[in-house]
Design a protein around this ligand. Structure first.
Ligand SMILES: [Zn+2]
Ligand SMILES: [Zn+2]
Length: 174
């Protein structure tokens, strides 16, 4: 859905949209969209700002990714709000010497008369996901000796000298 500045000049745009898996591009991020993404909110042109937009709303979706430890599926149900500001890209070109103070770090930029809602949502989802993607905080991962998923099968492998630095420390203490 294209959020057009021309339209915002006339009125605030309200949206209530469902995006099926595949409509928002998550390939290349090792991610899958496991449910429709539902987004509601509004987009408006802020008066007396030279084209600044405010886009706010909420979205919910379930994403899945490969677990960093066991390579199984990790589920991430997301439900979050956003409140974002965008300026025309021409703003940067015009004021090359403009210093961006810290308060402006949150501001994004748009060009070509508006911004795609899909692009905003994609960015919000990526920001919301944790750095470490695990299926569960207690995931036991894959055994480095026999290669079995230790969540599914207990194995009796002995893991020795996982980290030699601890061995070195022990020797120092003697
Ligand atoms: Zn796991
Ligand atoms: Zn094992």
């Amino acid at each position: 859905m294209f959020l057009s500045v021309k339209e915002m000049e006339l009125r605030k745009i309200r949206f209530d949209e469902n995006f099926a898996p595949g409509q928002i591009e998550f390939r290349g991020e090792q991610l899958e969209q496991a449910s429709p993404l539902h987004a509601t909110g509004s987009a408006e042109l802020l008066p007396e700002t030279d084209g600044e937009l405010r886009i706010r709303g909420r979205y919910s979706v379930e994403m899945t990714a490969e677990c960093d430890r066991c390579l199984g599926r990790a589920r991430f149900p997301l439900n979050a709000g956003f409140d974002l500001f965008y300026r025309p890209m021409s703003f940067i070109a015009r004021d090359e010497e403009v210093e961006i103070d810290e308060g402006e770090a949150e501001i994004g930029f748009y060009e070509d008369g508006g911004i795609e809602l899909e692009e905003i949502l994609r960015e919000q989802v990526l920001l919301a996901l944790p750095m470490q993607r695990v299926c569960s905080s207690v995931c036991k991962g894959i055994c480095p000796v026999c290669g079995k998923n230790r969540n599914e099968t207990e194995c009796d492998c002995k893991i020795e000298n996982i980290d030699d630095r601890w061995g070195a420390l022990r020797n120092l203490e003697i």
